[in-house]
Design a protein around this ligand. Structure first.
Ligand code: GDP
Length: 475
């Protein structure tokens, strides 16, 4: 027993603030316990309420998850009828399906998980995607994948705004009445969702949805901040997250654990290029113009931002090139991620051709340069995920305006990034970058509904984003 208790003590030490369940086999998913050893001791501790909420969620998922009797009974409801009569089914579910790029997918998944926590639903994922190549199962003793033979699996693709079970459309057509409850509904939360879709974020509609056993949500958004504007949710959220800007940080650390394949890529890069450096800077370069590619003004912007904000040193004058070789020089590693390799090549050249004015040694590294986005392709998505994690392991981070890829990295890492503003007319914006208010991702197109007008006024911790006036974020 002595060994047992030492082992469990060791395991507890590896877990950030009691966030993770200790019931997993370590080898099957190395990232789960290894990750925190690569990060500095986290300054943000999860609250006791969050930790106990997660433990009770795990029990709920075990009791209602795939393969259980309760799951079978809930599935029967889907098979046999369209409308259930009894309210308050024993187990309820929210089904998530991937939409858009990896960053968008992670943000909507974390939002769906918070919704599941708040409404005591079980989160299940559309099984027909590469999620199992990217992430380990997060909940002990059960699965988060919707079984392939679920009657919902084949229907998922057909859910859209015209579908007879689209909740927003039903509200618009006055097809919802309080006496009959559908067994399932489709919820549409996109950047261009209609006003009646956004009623999902209203108290009255949430009261109705309490009795609907199955909700299928499709979204490309980080809609989590909008959940804070539902008054009854807000009351609970404040207890769970006394530090409001740590929501994504804690939930993503809890939910997301890269598979051994992805984690291998992360640790190999980390050990080869980042581990020995005195300081690590991440620069995420996302170019949204069409055509995208290498642009001199974007390169100038990167240099201007990093020097102005003292993230990288200036270059020495030609005369003072010869540095004192006896002095131990500080090594700064710069991790660049981009679809284009030219930005890091240029940066690397710059610091090779000239010494730095501070005498620091700058080492630039870019893991991949895939050139084009190929979402849903296994090796491409795995590389993208590995790079998101590598960015999250840096000490300071520069990101690109409105990129969900960067948002995930900053949130995971608990980093308040410097955001490179979007260039207009091919010129460097002035200022070239701005420090983010918080590490929280921006909900790029806030799915705000008139029912939230009052709540937003009295919620000072929900602000418009630095990089997107139509977006909101927690601060
Ligand atoms: P967003 O479009 O910037 O909001 O981010 P998303 O992650 O949603 O979509 C961009 C997709 O393009 C990513 O998922 C990757 O597939 C690819 N991508 C964009 N930037 C990078 C990068 O720096 N590295 C890698 N490996 N892939 C990238």
């Amino acid at each position: 027993t002595t060994t047992g208790s030492t082992d469990s003590k060791k395991l507890r030490e590896k877990l950030p603030g009691g966030l993770l369940a200790a019931e997993f086999d370590e080898e099957s998913c190395l990232s789960r316990y290894h990750q925190s050893s690569l990060r500095k001791p986290p300054p943000y501790k999860p609250s006791g309420s969050l930790v106990s909420k997660l433990r009770s969620y795990e029990m709920l998922h075990k009791r209602c998850g795939p393969g259980t009797d309760a799951y079978k009974r809930a599935t029967e409801q889907l098979r046999h009828n369209d409308h259930i009569t009894s309210s308050g089914a024993e187990c309820q579910y929210v089904v998530w399906t991937p939409m858009f790029g990896l960053g968008n997918r992670i943000l909507s998944m974390v939002s769906a998980f918070l919704y599941a926590l708040l409404t005591e639903r079980v989160l299940l994922l559309d099984p027909r995607n590469d999620i199992t190549d990217l992430f380990c199962e997060p909940f002990p003793g059960t699965s988060w994948l919707l079984p392939l033979h679920s009657p919902l699996t084949d229907q998922i693709d057909s859910f859209n705004r015209e579908h007879s079970h689209c909740y927003g459309t039903m509200l618009n057509n006055h097809a919802i009445n309080s006496t009959t409850t559908p067994s399932h509904l489709y919820i549409d939360i996109f950047h261009d969702s209609r006003d009646h879709d956004k009623l999902f974020f209203c108290e009255k509609e949430q009261a109705f949805l309490k009795n609907v056993p199955w909700l299928v949500v499709k979204s490309n958004l980080y809609y989590l901040p909008a959940l804070w504007l539902v008054p009854s949710f807000q009351t609970e959220l404040i207890k769970l997250f006394p530090q409001k800007d740590t929501v994504f940080h804690h939930l993503s650390q809890y939910l997301l654990h890269p598979t051994n394949q992805v984690w291998g890529m992360v640790t190999r890069s980390y050990n080869a290029y980042l581990a020995r450096a005195d300081e690590r800077l991440g620069i995420q370069v996302r170019v949204f113009s069409t055509p995208a590619g290498y642009f001199q003004h974007v390169m100038d912007q990167i240099v201007s931002c990093t020097q102005r904000e003292k993230l990288l040193p200036e270059l020495a004058t030609i005369e003072s090139q010869l540095v004192n070789t006896s002095e131990i020089q500080k090594l700064k590693a710069v991790l660049v991620t981009s679809l284009f390799p030219e930005y890091s090549n240029e940066l690397s050249n710059m610091f090779w051709e000239r010494a730095t004015s501070t005498g620091e040694i700058i080492k630039v590294y870019q893991p991949s340069g895939e050139k084009i986005q190929q979402s849903e392709k296994k090796p491409h998505d795995q590389k993208a995920l590995a790079e998101i994690y590598l960015l999250s392991l840096t000490d300071k981070l520069v990101t690109s305006t409105r990129s969900t890829f960067g948002y995930v990295a900053q949130g995971l890492g608990g980093l308040k990034p410097w955001i490179l503003y979007e260039p207009r007319n091919s010129t460097v914006p002035d200022p070239p970058c701005v420090r983010a208010m918080s590490m929280e991702p921006c909900s790029l197109k806030a799915p705000l509904s008139p029912c939230q007008a009052q709540t937003i006024k009295i919620s000072p911790f929900v602000r418009y984003c630095e990089d997107r006036v139509t977006g909101i974020k927690l601060v």
